[in-house]
Design a protein around this ligand. Structure first.
Ligand code: NAP
Length: 268
């Protein structure tokens, strides 16, 4: 399914996307790397081409996925040949909704929801015609719950998870697998991008236990593809927490989340 294929990875300039590209490079024929920071993608291309003789081509696509025109151009030029889509690019924004900058919130909706949906729509005709394909949507543990001061991000990931589940049922008869990977916290550039101010947030001791490495997340995601699973929570600790959240009644969730320390100015 993955071996010898053409793979598009969005958000390949850092974090999970870069780790997906590194893990897939020895197995695939062609990689299409998408992000805004072209210099990083060019560097990654040189490294991967030098290291993997079986990799025939690495295409670098400098695309701002929050821009509808750039997104459409990417779909037009590249989507038809994609066998495996890793819909990974995404961003968060820590802080209250009413105090958020609209341009940032809007970009989050465009990248986390619209781009994920548009790219899936763009690659599906080719995959269905070939009778095979994989759409791996990077969602989040945050999508299992509502999170004050992270409201839009958590809701955007709830969309990604629910969309993936429904799409999986629609296209499984066409040989296309759809998987939602739902990591807990991972040390990438995500936190720095999501923070509004200069302030760091001290890590709560129990939260620290949930961290996975990008490599663990990628390995779990690719294993879930091979196994034909619908959803995966990388690392058993995150899987247990997700199971607990799913069993918690709505009033329990509201109580727990309303007592969570707020992210306010100076305490983000
Ligand atoms: N880290 C975590 O704790 C965590 C947990 C659960 C889920 N996730 C999810 O994992 C995915 C990857 O995040 P990460 O942790 O690897 O964070 P990251 O290191 O900040 O990487 C985010 C990637 O998305 C790309 N991106 C952001 N805005 C973009 C835009 N407008 N156009 C094109 N590309 C854009 C960035 O590339 P450029 O800036 O170069 O454009 C970058 O390559 C996201 O969907 C995130 O929601 C992360």
């Amino acid at each position: 399914m993955i071996n010898g294929s053409t793979v598009m990875v969005t958000g390949a300039s850092s974090g999970l996307g870069e780790a997906f590209a590194r893990a897939l490079a020895p197995r695939v024929r062609k990689l299409i790397l998408v992000a805004r920071r072209e210099d990083r993608l060019v560097e990654l291309r040189a490294e991967l081409m030098a290291a993997h003789g079986t990799l025939e081509e690495v295409r670098v696509c400098r695309v701002d996925l929050s821009d509808v025109n750039e997104r459409e151009r990417l779909v037009e030029e590249e989507a038809g040949s994609v066998d495996v889509l890793v819909n990974n690019a995404g961003l968060g924004d820590y802080g209250d909704f009413s105090g958020s900058e609209w341009t940032r919130t809007s970009a989050m909706l465009e990248v986390n929801i619209a781009a994920v949906t548009r790219l899936a729509h763009g690659v599906l005709p080719g995959m269905r015609a070939r009778g095979a394909g994989v759409i791996l949507n990077v969602s989040s543990l945050a999508g299992e719950i509502f999170i004050p001061d992270f409201a839009v991000y958590a809701a955007s990931k709830a969309y990604v998870t629910r969309f993936s589940e429904a799409l999986r049922i629609e296209v499984r008869g066409d040989g296309v697998r759809v998987v939602a990977v739902c990591p807990g916290p991972v040390r990438t550039e995500f936190g720095a991008v999501a923070r509004r101010g200069e302030h760091g947030r001290s890590e709560r001791p129990l939260y620290g236990l949930l961290y996975a490495t990008p490599e663990e997340v990628v390995a779990a995601a690719l294993a879930a593809v091979e196994a034909g699973r619908a959803q995966v929570f990388p690392t058993w600790r995150v899987a247990w927490l997700a199971a607990g959240l799913q069993w918690l009644p709505a009033w329990g969730r509201r109580l727990a989340l309303s007592r969570r320390p707020r992210r306010v100015e100076g305490n983000d």
